[in-house]
Design a protein around this ligand. Sequence first.
Ligand code: CP
Length: 301
Amino acid sequence: MALLGQSFLDVESLSVQTIESLFQKTTKLKKQAPKSLGTKVLGLLFFEPSTRTRASFEMAAFRLGVKPLFFDPSQSSMVKGETIEDTALTLEALGASALVMRHSSPGICRKISELVRIPVINAGDGQRGHPTQALLDAYTILAERGQIKGERVVLVGDVKYSRVARSNISLLLKLGAEVAICAPSSLRTNDFEAGEVKFINNVDEALSWSTVCMMLRMQIERQKGFEVPSLKEYSKRFGVTVKRLEKFKSDGILLHPGPFNREVELSVDVLKDSRNRILKQVENGVYVRAALLSEILGVEV
Ligand code: CP
């Protein structure tokens, strides 16, 4: 595969063949015991909060016998004014084999990848992209539905501020899925060409059209103001409820990248629905990231 020693910054630069081999390796890794500790070190630089992605990369590193090195910006020399560039160069000089980065600034991972000689992996850059989330979501669709091509995936909610949505739409279109957006007009995106993505205004209609429903978190921390009248109003119009799921295919699947806002994007009883695969996404994330790390770091599995 073409990933050895390379940075991983977006889904757009992945070929379908590379994605397919990654998914084959993911399935292989799911069946394997963790390897014993080797000499590679993975620097984890999270400048924004994370539960899933950070822990998932740590678990993925553990499975490959790679040592995760967690960097806490709030306890670092960045507090004394050291720049992100000098921080990355310092971690490289300390011996990190690759850096995983999450930051609020779009494009920062690419910028750092052009500065250091080790690979940089994008774990979320502002609203721009979250490519490993898109990979694990696509793998989950493949594992649970048996295919991606021809699946009808609807993204419900705050698409405008969602890096998950941007990476997912690019990847799913590349892999042959039909993609729709169901969002308030204030929370849609213009990033995709007319005709590439379908717009559905009504959640009931979106649920009856789709085989995969991907709910998206309301990105309150990124929204600029009054994009929706209130969360209660949003939930009434766009929240997924058990009642609304009567319209959804009996073998469809429900996804959410997490974290979710209970009673906003979904009502809590939806979590008990047999079509819910939210924790499967979390589980698959470890193996997809392990497959990616194995390729980038050249760790045999
Ligand atoms: N889905 C996701 O990126 O979750 P975290 O913010 O918890 O990493």
